[in-house]
Design a protein around this ligand. Sequence first.
Ligand SMILES: *[C@@H]1O[C@H](CO)[C@@H](O)[C@H](O)[C@H]1NC(C)=O
Ligand SMILES: *[C@@H]1O[C@H](CO)[C@@H](O)[C@H](O)[C@H]1NC(C)=O
Length: 345
Amino acid sequence: MDFALQVMVFLTFLALVSVFSMEPVMADRHSRQWTNDKGLNSLGNEDLVTDLPGQPAVDFRHYAGYVTVNEENGRALFYWFYEATTQPNEKPLVLWLNGGPGCSSVGYGATQEIGPFIVDTDGHGLKFNPYSWNREANMLFLESPVGVGFSYSNTTSDYEKLGDDFTANDNYAFLHKWFLKFPSYRKRIFYIAGESYAGKYVPELAEVIYDKNKDPSLFIDLRGILLGNPETCDADDWRGLVDYAWSHAVVSDETHKIIRENCDFYSEDPWSNDNCSDAVGEVLDQYKRIDIYSLYTSVCTKTSKRSDDNSMQVLFKRTSRMVSDQSNLFHSVFAFSVWQQFSLL
Ligand SMILES: *[C@@H]1O[C@H](CO)[C@@H](O)[C@H](O)[C@H]1NC(C)=O
Ligand SMILES: *[C@@H]1O[C@H](CO)[C@@H](O)[C@H](O)[C@H]1NC(C)=O
């Protein structure tokens, strides 16, 4: 699919959630270490990318490198940071997280979706993306947790401990260390954005920030979160899927009414109600003919990358495991169908 369309649709899916009202209080005695406003210190400059093969010429600076989040175990997270194309000092900082779990923010978000350099050139350099989000913000792409993309741990047992809390805490440690490298961003207006499984990562990191912000010396000026195509919890995700379909005329008022009256997505097994199963089946059926990511454009055909991707088998396995406690085959088929659509980004 054309990239511009993907971005448009992605924006359509985007929900901007204003998080918490926060008092931007800084305690003078603590803030000194953070408030070098002269720009980047030498640590940040070490990560300046000066020679990226095949890179189109651009006017903004970008940086990439590691931030150690745990010295003892040797855990380091990899980031790629693009300053805004114009007036970076005036623009907010946006942290971007892909989901998965296990999806690389560099390999996917930055270089296939919303970053300035897109890998779509059959090995012949990089393509400039005129719709890059760094037109509006300073974009920080983070690969997390360890084991994803270039991020790693030197302690093998860390990989057994991975989970949402572990990820949120490492991401939080990353941010503080990163601000030490880039002190001019320390007090910047800050947003966290992401897609798919980052529907969990993003609010979970926001919550850690919110809690830690009670200590003024740690204050991060988080103003909101943005989620595209998020996985939050099954019940809300199903409701979101059917409401979105209905509110965009993908299904009729009648089908939506049947769903409203018959589906209890919070129950153990919503699909045991045949009226619900059939009506939700009708929604999914429409998405065979309509591209769920791009309702108003032609549907991608079987020859498209996404549908013959062999990751589908992985998805199916994963989905089967997820629903193995349900004997209902119909649920598996449903879940597969939805995962197929949404993929594991
Ligand atoms: C991990 O181990 C390598 C090899 O000893 C070392 O170079 C690297 O700095 C270590 N990483 C961290 C984050 O400590
Ligand atoms: C399904 O819909 C039919 C027709 O409206 C209704 O008679 C029936 O009670 C419904 N079944 C359930 C399980 O709610």
